[in-house]
Ligand binder design. Structure first.
Ligand SMILES: Nc1nc2c(ncn2[C@@H]2O[C@H](COP(=O)(O)OP(=O)(O)OP(=O)(O)O)[C@@H](O)[C@H]2O)c(=O)[nH]1
Ligand SMILES: [Mg+2]
Length: 362
């Protein structure tokens, strides 16, 4: 029996992991491979899992903590995917606040000597604008511990994938590639656009032709834990009902405009805000991965409807209770004051716990 190839795609919140995974999966499926995806989050009710399923992929999730702290659940999901569709390739997306995966996933998996799995090199995606703000210009609103986490994520990469190059000039792109090459000498560096499908084939070739160097990070878990603790986390599922038909694209834009205004007012940074709405077969998805940037729609709804399911995930450098207060106000102003009814079925709001990996092998 041939081995399942396990491809892990990490990187900071909002860097483009899910977009890239979708593109890699489409490419592989187009080349006759069977693919499964494992998503991951500190909470439940994930935009990513729903989105990938809407796109026709088989996706399962590890919730309520990162892969490293839920190693057995991670293995269990790989087994589940094997039973569901015997994939040739499993693409796994660790939560964007997680690092140290070589020591906590790669090495433990190898130590277990699981015959059915072959683990491929570790790709870490970087959003170039965030990279510039955090490391090059050092002018981000994030706490310095979050910058540390961002750096550590890149340090352990076998392949650093500079994403979103469609948003850069040639000069900006060349400067950033040079910077990454000079500062992260252990990694291969590749510039791509996951959204515009630029260089995804080159990346896939790199993933399947190389092995991980498995360089264990030198990392201070107190700083790493503090970085995670600074991140307010909010996952919400709800339905919006109205007596009249709703243009959900307009509501999504209003929610995000108000949210950005609130963050700009208090000078705090969003790591990633993403929202998925579904009504029958129609759906919309949008996200903000930096307060200085406008909302970006991955897909707009095609129709108007009086009833929408909504999943909202937000991660920000903000106290969780303050984040909850802001979200409640924003939703009230964008939905309830406009005559809609918001019925919340689940809401989780917290700070991630101190990372405590199941295994850590230096
Ligand atoms: N312009 C541009 N936008 C991109 C690209 N890749 C991703 N995005 C956008 O960036 C936003 C975040 O992308 P995701 O794929 O959700 O990022 P992620 O890393 O999975 O985010 P988390 O799971 O929350 O950590 C979305 O709005 C994407 O459409 C790209 O290559 N170019
Ligand atoms: Mg994602």
């Amino acid at each position: 029996m041939s081995k399942i190839q396990l491809v892990i795609v990490g990187g900071f919140l909002g860097s483009g992991k899910t977009t890239a995974i979708l593109n890699i999966a489409n490419y592989l499926v187009g080349h006759g491979k069977k693919v499964g995806v494992v998503t991951n989050d500190q909470g439940a009710d994930l935009v990513d899992t729903h989105f990938l399923k809407l796109k026709g992929l088989t996706a399962v999730e590890v919730t309520d903590g990162c892969f490293c702290c839920n190693f057995d659940e991670f293995l269990d999901r790989i087994n589940k995917l094997s039973q569901l569709n015997m994939p040739d390739v499993i693409l796994a997306e660790p939560v964007g606040s997680c690092t140290d995966l070589i020591a906590t996933i790669y090495k433990p998996l190898n130590a277990k000597n699981i015959k059915s799995i072959e683990i491929k090199p570790f790709s870490v995606i970087a959003d170039p604008k965030r990279l510039k703000k955090l490391i090059l210009d050092k002018n981000s609103n994030f706490h310095s511990e979050i910058n540390y986490l961002f750096m550590k994520q890149l340090e352990e990469a076998d392949i650093i994938v500079l994403n979103k190059i469609d948003l850069l000039s040639k000069e900006e792109k060349d400067d950033l590639i040079q910077f990454v090459k000079e500062n992260f000498k252990n990694a291969e560096v590749l510039a791509v656009s996951a959204k515009e499908n630029i260089n995804i084939d080159k990346w896939i070739e790199m993933i399947f032709s190389k092995e991980s160097a498995e360089n264990t990070l030198d990392i201070d878990y107190d700083i790493y834990g503090q970085a995670e603790a600074y991140l307010g986390w909010l996952n919400l599922t709800a339905t919006i009902d109205s007596e009249t038909e709703i243009d959900i694209n307009k509501i999504i834009s209003e929610i995000s405009d108000k949210l950005r205004e609130e963050f700009i007012k208090i000078n705090q940074e969003i790591a990633h805000f993403k929202l998925l709405t579904v009504s029958g077969n129609d759906w919309a998805k949008a996200s903000i991965s930096d307060i200085s940037e406008q909302l970006s729609f991955d897909k707009r709804a095609q129709e108007i409807s009086s009833n929408w399911d909504i999943i909202l995930n937000i991660r920000a450098d903000m106290d969780d209770q303050k984040l909850l207060e802001i979200i409640k106000r924003v939703l009230q102003e964008s939905i309830e004051y406009k005559g809609g009814t918001l019925s919340v079925s689940n809401i989780q709001c917290f700070k991630p716990k101190q990372p405590n990996p199941t295994h850590r092998i230096k």
